[in-house]
Design a protein around this ligand. Structure first.
Ligand code: BMA
Length: 315
């Protein structure tokens, strides 16, 4: 495998891996598991962190399993995963495959969007929680074939807003934005970002909940290239979207901010993947980026918010 591009050459450490990576593994799950990765995470009003772990079971089913932390680094999984509806409809459209949860706080409530996979392809599902303790299933919120849904943390022009990645049918997929009056019915879809560059030409999709800055919505996203004709390589990139019209890209880093280079990112249940579903911005401007390594382990990296913004302008 050729060496991935590292950004930026003169500031190689804008994203720093936590030295104790991985921070959550299958051994932390109070049940048999094959992996924990691509977990969402949020800091709640009381200053505690709640991670929604994507847990893969030995039979390849996926679970969403909450974990708690006081410091955003050491997480303890709760005794049980989130209970999903025991309905024919839920089973028909998930077949035990629901994953990549991304949680946003909007007007004091917590909303988690996740991918629901079945023989009918992939759609987005929504959970609502008042406190990240009780979770209520709200329903499917997309048609097929869509994934990587992530809600903005506030309404834009009076409507809920989300980024997602519909597939284009040719094995590719790019980031879109759409709007909703009620979080269930979505429309006014607009295209945001095409894949670009040698490290992300195959597809891209939203990663973390957009972070509001005075320069625009900062979005950490994933982008994929293919090496040796078949090996997908997942990188993280960063871009800024217009605050009022997030279909407009204000600035975008030319090179990835994180590429798979460590053992735990290169080898696992899959290969060469860094994939994020959550970030927490601390009061001092540190951004904790939670990401999955090789679809197997949950990792953490940190960056300064200002450096991520600068990276978008390729400074
Ligand atoms: C994507 C999603 C992610 C996964 C990635 C790499 O399509 O399914 O959950 O991490 O592929 O395998």
């Amino acid at each position: 495998m050729s060496q991935p591009v590292i950004y930026p050459k003169d500031k190689e450490n804008i994203v720093v891996r936590y030295s104790g990576n991985p921070i959550v593994t299958k051994d932390d799950v109070p049940a048999a598991a094959k992996g924990v990765y691509n977990s969402g995470c949020i800091k709640t009003a009381d200053g505690k962190y709640v991670m929604l772990c994507r847990v893969e079971t030995p039979s390849m089913k996926q679970l969403i399993w909450p974990a708690d932390s006081d410091n955003g680094i050491d997480f303890k999984l709760r005794p049980e995963p989130i209970k999903m509806p025991d309905t024919d409809e839920f089973k028909e459209y998930t077949t035990g495959m629901y994953y990549d949860p991304r949680v946003a706080e909007i007007e004091g409530k917590y909303y988690t969007v996740f991918a629901c996979h079945s023989g009918h392809s992939c759609r987005l599902g929504l959970l609502e929680s008042p406190d990240m303790k009780e979770f209520k299933w709200r329903g499917f919120i997309s048609e097929t074939d869509n994934r990587n849904g992530v809600l903005f943390p506030e309404k834009i022009n009076g409507l809920y807003c989300r980024l997602d990645r519909p597939n284009t049918g040719d094995g590719k997929g790019y980031m879109w934005v759409s709007y909703s009056p009620d979080l269930i019915h979505w429309g006014q879809a607009k295209y945001v970002a095409h894949a670009q560059d040698e490290w992300g030409w195959k597809k891209n999709g939203p990663g973390t909940v957009p972070i509001k800055t005075d320069k625009g919505w900062l979005v950490i996203y994933h982008a994929v290239n293919v090496q040796c004709s078949a090996q997908y390589v997942y990188h993280l990139g960063v871009m800024l979207l217009d605050l009022e019209d997030p279909s407009k890209i204000i600035a975008r880093a030319k090179a990835p901010i994180l590429s798979p280079t460590t053992d735990y990112e290169l080898t696992g249940l899959t290969y060469a993947v860094v994939f994020t579903c959550g970030a927490v911005v601390e009061d001092d401007g540190e951004v904790k980026i939670y990401y999955g390594g090789a679809d197997t382990v949950q990792c953490l990296a940190t960056a300064k918010l200002d450096d991520l913004i600068d990276a978008c302008f390729n400074r």
